[in-house]
Each structure stands twice: as C-alpha cells, then as structure tokens.
Design a protein around this ligand. Structure first.
Ligand code: HXC
Length: 262
C-alpha cells in the first residue's frame, strides 16, 4: 500500500509499509539534477530518514531514467565562484549522511551527477536498461560529486579511466560484473524489486543495519575525502576555462563542441 507524502514539485515522496520512496520527477529533462530538484530530493530523503515508521529508503527515477546528471543549463554560465557559492554539490554530501539503508533503483541513464548519486546509495539495483557513465569530459568538465574517487574504488583504475576519459557508458550487466550494482532486475519491475529489498532490510534489526552500513561505508570511504576535496576544487576550476563553457553551450545548442585548450 502506498502512502503519499507532502507536496513537492520535482520529486514524489511516498511510502510502502516500512519503505520510504523518493522518485525524481523531471522526466522531460531526463531528471537533470537542477538545484530545486536536488533540494527537494534531499528534504524528502531526510524526512524519510527522520520518520520512525520507516526502516529503508528507495531513491529512483522510475522505469525510464534515473538522472542524466547535473543540470547543464544551470551551469553553462557559471564561474568557479558561482559554483562554490551555490554549493549544489553539498546536496550529495547530505545524501551521504542519511542513516537508514538507501537503495538506488536505477533504470535508464545514470550519468554524471546521477551516477555519483547512485554510488552514494548503499545498494544499487539496476534495471536491464540501466546505463551508467561519467560523460562530463564531453562538455569540458570532469566528475565533480565524487565520481573520480568512488568510481575508481568500485571499478578499479583501468575501467574508471576508460569511462571518465572517454565518457562511454556501462550497461547493467557489465555494471553487475564489475561491482557497481548489486542486482539486475527486469526494467518494469525496478521499483517493485527495490521496495521488496527495502522490506527485507526492514525485517532486520535496525541498529545492526545502521552499524553495518556505517562500517562498510567506512571501509569504502577511508581517505576518499581527501580525493573528493581535490576533485571538487578541480571541478570548480574548470569553470574558469573557455572549453567548459563551450562544451556546455554546444550541448544546449545541440552542436559539436570546438575545444581550444583554454
Ligand atoms: C540539462 C539535460 C541534461 C542535463 C538531458 N537534458 N540531460 N538538460 N542537463 N544533464 C535535456 C536535454 O537538453 C533535452 O531537453 C532533454 O533533456 C532530452 O535530452 P536529449 O539529449 O534530447 O535526449 P537523448 O538524445 O535521448 O540523449 C540522452 C543523453 C543526453 C545521452 C542522456 O541528454 C546527454 O548526453 N545528456 C547530458 C549528459 C551529461 O553530460 N551529464 C553530465 C552533466 S555534468 P530539450 O529541452 O532540448 O528537449 C554533471 C556534473 C556533476 O553531472 C557534478 C556535480 C554538480
């Protein structure tokens, strides 16, 4: 049984028994992670985290698309200072602080900041149509919300370099083989299967679940924070280059970019 929660404009917040569900809901822009959407997403996740009736949370975009990355239209004119002051990336940090087990139910594209969002979740369930990637290189940027660190830890250096330097995408099966996702399910069942997994976790002792989550996260994240700091400064710095603005404008104008190394 689904219960509806407070009104948001860009996300749907519901629950099914002990499982909170947050659905990104900007499908025409492929759930591009604009500031207002991110703020609502984090508010909805934090509300579920604080709700004593819930034991697990599913984050999804439904069966078509998870998220095609940060909103390029929002960033196209930005300077490094704009990016630093906006601190949109701080939203990813808040997702990391969610205490309950967070399951990403990923269908379709999980690109750039979308892939980085999935990697912040504790368990990623992928639909057969899921495609993961960090294509920021194509628009004159690099991953900015942890991708260079978490993708490398998860996939190893060779494949992470391949994906980040070429921008190519991984399908669900390769993502499963390489440990980026825990399970692959039929596309039309993506949310049902993630909620079913959430209900399984809800039967486990909550404090043990919390401690296990924290411990595994610590094993995975130790010293990643140093790398994240470096990555974030490099990401902001790229907004000082003409190539980044050319890349983003070329995307918006639907043309090929012309890079000059400046
Ligand atoms: C803004 C986006 C978007 C994005 C898609 N759209 N991705 N808008 N930001 N990241 C919009 C398109 O402009 C278009 O709007 C509509 O969504 C449908 O997209 P199409 O490109 O027409 O769809 P398709 O041809 O199917 O191609 C799908 C796609 C492509 C391969 C996913 O959209 C794409 O390459 N998107 C950008 C992916 C990307 O570079 N992500 C990384 C962003 S940087 P209109 O209005 O034209 O119909 C990033 C950094 C994170 O994530 C760091 C933290 C801040």
């Amino acid at each position: 049984m689904l219960a509806c929660m407070p009104d948001y404009e860009h996300v749907l917040s519901t629950s099914d028994g002990p499982v909170g569900i947050v659905t990104l809901n900007r499908p025409r822009q492929l759930n591009a992670l604009a500031g207002p959407l991110l703020r609502e997403m984090v508010a909805a996740l934090e509300a579920h985290d604080a709700d004593p009736g819930l034991r697990a949370i599913v984050l999804t975009g439904g069966p078509s698309v998870f998220a095609a990355g940060a909103d390029i239209k929002e960033m196209a004119e930005a300077t490094p200072v704009d990016m630093l002051v906006r601190d949109t990336i701080g939203m990813w940090d808040r997702v990391k602080k969610i205490g309950k087990p967070l399951i990403a139910a990923v269908a379709g594209y999980a690109l750039g900041g979308g892939c980085e969002l999935a990697m912040l979740c504790d368990i990623v369930v992928a639909a057969e149509n899921a495609r993961f990637g960090q294509p920021e290189i194509n628009i004159g940027l690099i991953p900015g919300a942890g991708g260079t660190q978490r993708l490398t830890r998860t996939l190893g250096k060779a494949l992470a370099m391949d994906l980040v330097l070429t921008g190519r995408m991984l399908g669900a099966e390769e993502a499963l083989q390489r440990g980026l996702v825990a399970r692959v399910v039929a596309t039309e069942l993506i949310v049902d299967e993630a909620v079913r997994l959430g209900k399984e976790l809800a039967k486990r002792p909550p404090i043990s679940v919390r401690m296990a989550k924290e411990s595994i996260t610590r094993a995975f994240e130790g010293r990643v924070d140093d790398g994240i700091d470096l990555e974030r400064k490099a990401f902001y710095l790229l907004f000082a280059t003409r190539d980044a603005h050319e890349g983003m404008h070329a995307f918006i104008d639907k043309r090929q970019p012309s890079y000059e190394g400046r």
